[in-house]
Design a protein. Sequence first.
Length: 392
Amino acid sequence: MNGYVKKRGKSDDKWTVVVDFGRDPVTRKRKQKWTTVTGSKEDADKELIKQLHEINTGNYIEPSKMSLKEFLKYWLKMYAKTHCRKNTYDSYEIFIEKHIIPELGHIALAKLTPSQVEELLVNKANSGRADGKEGGLSQRSVKYIYSILHMALAYAVRKDMILKNPVEKVETPELTKKAVHAWTLEEAKKFLLVAEGSRFYTLFTLALSTGMRRGELLGLRWQDIDMRDNLGIINIRNGLSKQRTLEVTKTENSQRAVVISCLMVELLKEHGLKQLEEQLKMGDEYQHNGLVFCSTIGTPLNAENVVKRHFYPLVKKAEIKWITFHGLRHCYATLALAADASLKVVQQRLGHASIKTTGDIYSHPEIYAQTRVVNVVDEQLLGKKIPGLEAR
């Protein structure tokens, strides 16, 4: 097996990588794979070495003979594994194995048609549950299947494995906007009244007060909180993954500064003192991870346990409308907008507006535009007055 690189046309950054498979034993025609590389000669040489290595180690299958099943497994290994977060890779693998391969896996990659992709999406929407129960997948799941196929087959086009992406001719599934389920102010106050005394009271209050995501709350570290006399600032940089490891937030939008009121600062200080008591009680068994919300021995919390064993029972006890933990984020947005917050400020606090560096945030005028909003919301939630708020 051999190959070579040659310049493509007059351009200085276009190269053709040619891998020679020898002659077909039946037709005696020479078999070659041609790949276009944009970049330097060194980039093209690296691509040639990579392809030859794949062939020599048995990881390469000729595109003309490759089934969609073989290609998707190849894509997971060669692209998704190295370019995606573990959680994302795991979800890709599950959807491919459970939903795409059983329906389309037997079809040759080069012969996959838009109508076959469209039929898959329709079938999944109508009766696509992998557990065998009646009904189809959610609109979000159907669109996720579409996105995975679109992304994987775009990779196949870039690698000259197919000429066109068949998903390009399939309409993107439309998502129907779901109704937002949130508590009224009275329901939120009733929940906090019942939750008072719970080990996670401060966690739940901070969720309602800021709209922070569950992973952001559970990944929050003391070093990320700047506590001042009249307010505090939380710098959101990390989130806790499903594997209970700290990961840098996914996008620049998610990295942001969130103002908290002096009432919330006091709650966090009280929470910190209780955490210190737990540290002293556990002694050498305590693991110092610097997390604001953690287990009694300092380890990261299991998010599902927090929700199922603590949050839902309190919702039931409060005898109020049932919402998910993520619904607390909606509650915050509803309360803030009702307190005359601008949409821009609410988007910034929820992580939908662009955030630059921490230094920019501390001096940025918009950070102070949040102050009255958070004070008004916390006054209502906690039933206490913040001195001087009326004069601001």
